[in-house]
Design a binder for this molecule. Structure first.
Ligand SMILES: Nc1ncnc2c1ncn2[C@@H]1O[C@H](COP(=O)(O)OP(=O)(O)OP(=O)(O)O)[C@@H](O)[C@H]1O
Length: 247
């Protein structure tokens, strides 16, 4: 089975410099969050709070902070990052886009083709992204992430601006992919339905500085996640009917 890593996030301080007359203010101060191996954690929180900044710090894209990110399997795990927009190169085919982060060689080619096949994109290998709908482009972005066999998968509102039917199909596909190719997932969303349908833990953030307001375990079966009543019950806790975690 593929390797998976847990993560301990400790941000003593993260501040962006003052800009356009606005003073510098701490986005994060003494923030801590632990993700268990193979957990699926959804992060919910208001716009502009600092969720993308958190993913960037975990991914190593943003190193301008005090603190540390520690991975349970040791440093430099394979991390895949799925962004709000699919970020496909328009001059490369679907297959070439999926191969982009992989080392050259037959193994990578086999892996890319196998993920594309599993995702119903086998016939689209030679197609250029602009010929695809947004939903299909997002599917390719997911394929690119899973072809990397990530030990940690960071997802920043990956299904935003899709209609509900398309978003729902992609959520189902993501759940199937994770079942077949286990990994640890940190998934940022504004949508509490989406969080409860997918995650085994929903962390609600408030601030600034960012703090954990609620930390809710989602103990629903696959069928439970499709039952509106069950989802509503857990959503109630996520949205504030349950116990609040001390800041
Ligand atoms: N490079 C930067 N320089 C200065 N300020 C920044 C920079 N990047 C982000 N910010 C500011 O930091 C804050 C947090 O931004 P971030 O994108 O992490 O929030 P978010 O919670 O992901 O928001 P959204 O849900 O709208 O995507 C915002 O106020 C943003 O304007």
């Amino acid at each position: 089975m593929a390797a998976v890593t847990g993560v301990t996030i400790e941000i003593e301080e993260k501040t962006f410099p003052a800009a356009r007359g606005a003073p510098a203010r701490a986005l994060y101060r003494d923030f801590r969050l632990e993700l268990a191996d193979q957990s699926f954690v959804a992060l919910l929180g208001p716009s502009g709070l600092g969720k993308t900044t958190l993913l960037n710090m975990i991914a190593g894209v943003d190193r301008g902070f005090e603190g540390r990110i520690t991975f349970s399997r040791g440093p430099d795990p394979r991390i895949a990052y799925v962004f709000q927009s699919p970020r496909l190169l328009p001059w490369r085919t679907v297959l070439q886009n999926v191969l982009l982060p992989l080392p050259p060689g037959a193994d990578s080619l086999n892996r890319a083709r196998s993920v594309l096949r599993d995702m119903g994109l086998g016939d689209a290998e030679e197609v250029y992204p602009e010929r695809l709908s947004l939903g299909m482009q997002r599917r390719v972005a997911l394929a690119r992430a899973f072809a990397l066999e990530p030990e940690l998968l960071l997802m920043d509102e990956p299904f935003v601006s899709l209609d509900e039917a398309n978003a729902s199909r992609l959520r189902d596909l993501l759940a199937e992919l994770i079942e077949a190719r286990p990994t640890t997932v940190l998934f940022v969303t504004h949508d509490s339905h989406e969080a409860v349908r997918l995650a085994d833990r929903v962390v609600v953030l408030g601030g600034p500085p960012v703090r954990v307001v609620r930390d809710v375990r989602v103990e629903l079966s696959r069928e439970g996640r499709l039952a509106a009543g069950e989802v509503e019950r857990v959503r109630g806790t996520v949205l504030g009917a349950g116990p609040t975690v001390a800041a």
